[in-house]
Design a protein around this ligand. Sequence first.
Ligand code: 6PG
Length: 241
Amino acid sequence: MSVAWHSLPDRNAATHAAAGFLMERLVEAVAARGQATLAISGGSLPRALFNHLATDPLPWDRIHLFWVDERCVPPDHADSNYRLARESLLASAAIPEANIHRVHGELAPDEGAARYAEDLSGFFHLGAGALPVFDVIHLGLGPDCHMASLFPGEPLIHDRAGLAAAVYVEKMKSWRVTLLPGVLLAARQVLFFTAGAEKAGAVQALRSGAFDPIQFPAQLVIGEHPAVAFFLDGPAGSSGT
Ligand code: 6PG
């Protein structure tokens, strides 16, 4: 496990630190390769993170934005991760439309997943069996240790070859499209950002729980990815004892 843990006193400090780290990685990628590729997650915490990013004069014209996962809803739906980013990041950061590669949640789940996989293959010029290498993948952490839309019990946790898939999330009674583990593991850098006491159990499972990615999906990345930066606040990092 090679995780750089960044525990900050409170949610705002953790957000600020995660945003700063993310910005540094994006600037480095543009300097090294002329562009940066970033995949972002949804949820409740990213809004503040994206607001931070939007205020920074990043080279947005050289940054390509993708999603780690998306709910199978139209882009203007309240549950849409695209809408979340549109409101908190895209509206104020000058990201060219051509650099925004959303998941088409308005399509039927399998169609949306297939379209997204095609978009990834096209953008990254993937040959058969190849995986896209994102410069940064931003992940959140569910209280049940889910990441992306890979929830406990999801067999796709073992999929190392696929790009994206439609998954039915029983506990949410909803369909989602998600990047698959092989893509998460192929990224140059993974950034986890979480906060809140309700995540303490999941963080504990990552730090010291028995390795069981089917039960604790985020353990897969924590245990296998060579470059994980994990930003959290005090309550999320409390052992709960
Ligand atoms: C989503 C996310 C999901 C999220 C976690 C944590 O579409 O909901 O991709 O995996 O990252 O549920 O969400 P919070 O931001 O609420 O902690």
